[in-house]
Every structure is written in structure tokens, then in C-alpha cells.
Design a protein around this ligand. Structure first.
Ligand code: 8YV
Length: 322
């Protein structure tokens, strides 16, 4: 009898086909009603789950009797109850590295778009308002040679730092739970406290994992440390930043602009952020290129197959209980 796999979000069609050839596949579909009820129902006799972007915890997984792995098509795994998975000896795997450069590209796209007012000036031009040589109202911020502060020097943070240092001759500062001397040396990056980074940086980019230390890391007090010409970029998780405090800082022109790819509530369909001309808002597209999402799905598929065939997957988040 074929093993059962629950697919809980959209995944690449080629991977869907491969799963359907090997396993009994069930899809969680929003159009069929309550997602948690569907998960609770289908996970009861499932051997594996694959997908991303859904909260999986001791409530909606409680009916699982033989679940062996949750293969996440993501690098972040803050939406999974790791303590419960460990209790139940359920593997959690993820897809790091394949999305690093794509996500770093997006971070820099947000940094540049916010600094140079790209969305606002694009609309201004398209509305036919360019009637003479631009003036101060259209001026924006230089990037080349400025100071880039990276909060979270993980793989993605380091890739962003490389873009700043090698591509834009930027002076790189970083704050991290621990210093990364060798990596920092290769980037000529200087470790400093969070407050010092916020005070000295022309561009602040948040690239941390969401965990107990980084939750609500950036609030009104931290934003008040930033310079009025500074740009704030968040490509980590929305919960790292107090969104209301950021809105106030933007409304009060405490900072020049912000570029956001993540939010406290996602999808974000209504927000005061949408009324502001000094914030660029993207819909969590850090890794969202066709090539990268396919590579992530391939990696997640392999992690799942490994466990269902009795092997330890390459990218296990919780190997300790095995
Ligand atoms: C995922 C991400 O696509 O990998 C991550 O952690 O944030 C994105 O690449 C997203 O998590 C899917 O919801």
C-alpha cells in the first residue's frame, strides 16, 4: 500500500507529479474550507507532509498517528511547533542555501527602491506629472559608499553584505547573537551593538531568523536610534518588527523610508502602510523566482523521500531526537 503524503501549500507541479507517482497524495485546499480541520483530518494516517507557510502545531497535528516528517519548502521554520515535533519524533526538514542569493537580491532591490523612491516616482511619471526637470521633491538617497547595517549575519545576511561591500563600496556593520570573525573579515564588516548599528547605519537590513531572541527585536525605541535619512529594510519575519511603531516612524519622517517583504499578518490585504509614500511593500517574495522555488521544492521532495525510505534527510532542523 502506498504511503500517504499531505501537501499543505502550493508546490512546483513537477514535484507534485513525482509525489503522485510514488505516494497517495492529498492536498489541503483553502477552497474546501477550514484549513486546520482539513489538516487534522488528513494527517491522521499520513506518513509525511510537504509545503510551507502554514502553522503546524500540537492542535492541528494531534490526530497524526504515523507522521514521520514535515518537509518544509522554506528556510525559516518558525511556523512549526518544534517542541511538539520532537516529542512525537517527527522530523522537520527545510531548504536552506538554494534561496540565499535570490533572497539577498530581493533585499537589495527593496533597499534601492526605497532609497531612490522608485515606486513613487514610477507612478508620478506614469501620471504625466513630469513636466519639467525634477526638483528636490523627487530627490532621494545615495547608496554607493554609504554605511550598511545588517541585523543577522546568517547566510542571507552575509549575501546582502557582499552585495553592499563588493557592489556598492559600502561600509558594512553587523549585529548578530555572536561575532563571526572570519566571515566579517572577508566582508570587512565591523561587529557592533544593535544600538550602535542603528545609530551609525544609512541602511538597516533585518535578516534574522525569527526566534525568542529576535521576536519584537525592533520597536519604537530602536527605530528612534536611526538617522532621519536612514532606510529600514525587513526581509526576515514580520514579528521581528513592531509594525505600528514602524508606521509611526514613517509617518513622523523619523526615518527616510522602509522596504518591507514580510509583515506581522500575512497575506497583508489592508494596512496603514499602504497609505504611506515612503514605504515599499512586497508580498513575501524573497525566494519567489521560478528557478529558486523549483530548487526549493526539489530539495524538500528529496528530504521527504529520504525519510520515507529510511534515511536521515540532508537538511534536518531537529536531528537531536533521532
Ligand atoms: C518561503 C521564506 O517561501 O524560506 C523562507 O523561510 O520565507 C520563503 O522563502 C515562505 O516561508 C513560504 O511561506
Amino acid at each position: 500500500m502506498k504511503q500517504k503524503v499531505v501537501v499543505f501549500s502550493q508546490i512546483h507541479p513537477e514535484i507534485q507529479n513525482k509525489l503522485e507517482q510514488q505516494y497517495n497524495v492529498v492536498y489541503i485546499q483553502p477552497k474546501l474550507g477550514d484549513i486546520n480541520q482539513q489538516i487534522f483530518q488528513h494527517v491522521q494516517d499520513a506518513d509525511a507532509m510537504i509545503g510551507a507557510g502554514r502553522l503546524l502545531n500540537r492542535d492541528n497535528l494531534a490526530s497524526a498517528t504515523k507522521l514521520k516528517i514535515i518537509s518544509s519548502v522554506s528556510v525559516g521554520y518558525d511556523n512549526y511547533d518544534l517542541e511538539y515535533l520532537n516529542e512525537k519524533k517527527i522530523y522537520l526538514s527545510n531548504t536552506p542555501h538554494v534561496l540565499t542569493e535570490t533572497t539577498a537580491d530581493l533585499a537589495f532591490a527593496l533597499l534601492m527602491a526605497a532609497a531612490r523612491k522608485v515606486p513613487v516616482l514610477d507612478q508620478w511619471t506614469k501620471q504625466g506629472r513630469w513636466q519639467r526637470t525634477v526638483g528636490e521633491a523627487q530627490f532621494s538617497m545615495d547608496i554607493f559608499g554609504k554605511t550598511l547595517g545588517i541585523i543577522g549575519l546568517g547566510h542571507i545576511g552575509a549575501a546582502i553584505a557582499r552585495r553592499g561591500f563588493y557592489g556598492f563600496n559600502m561600509n558594512v556593520l553587523y549585529h548578530n547573537r555572536r561575532e563571526k570573525l572570519e566571515l566579517a573579515q572577508s566582508l570587512n564588516a565591523e561587529y557592533c551593538s544593535l544600538n550602535e548599528l542603528l545609530q551609525r547605519s544609512d541602511f538597516v537590513v533585518v535578516a534574522v531568523d525569527l526566534n525568542a531572541d529576535s521576536n519584537a527585536l525592533i520597536g519604537a525605541e530602536q527605530l528612534a536610534q536611526m538617522q532621519s535619512h536612514a532606510v529600514f529594510v525587513n526581509i526576515s519575519r514580520g514579528s521581528v518588527v513592531d509594525e505600528q511603531a514602524l508606521i509611526q516612524a514613517l509617518k513622523n519622517r523619523q526615518i527616510f523610508a522602509a522596504g518591507l517583504d514580510v509583515y506581522q499578518q500575512e497575506p497583508l490585504q489592508q494596512s496603514e502602510l499602504f497609505t504611506l509614500d515612503n514605504v515599499v511593500t512586497l508580498p513575501h517574495v524573497g525566494s519567489a523566482t521560478a528557478q529558486t522555488r523549483k530548487r526549493m521544492a526539489e530539495l524538500a521532495y528529496q528530504n521527504l523521500v529520504d525519510v520515507l525510505e529510511g534515511r536521515v534527510p540532508r537538511y534536518v532542523v531537529n536531528p537531536q531526537f533521532q
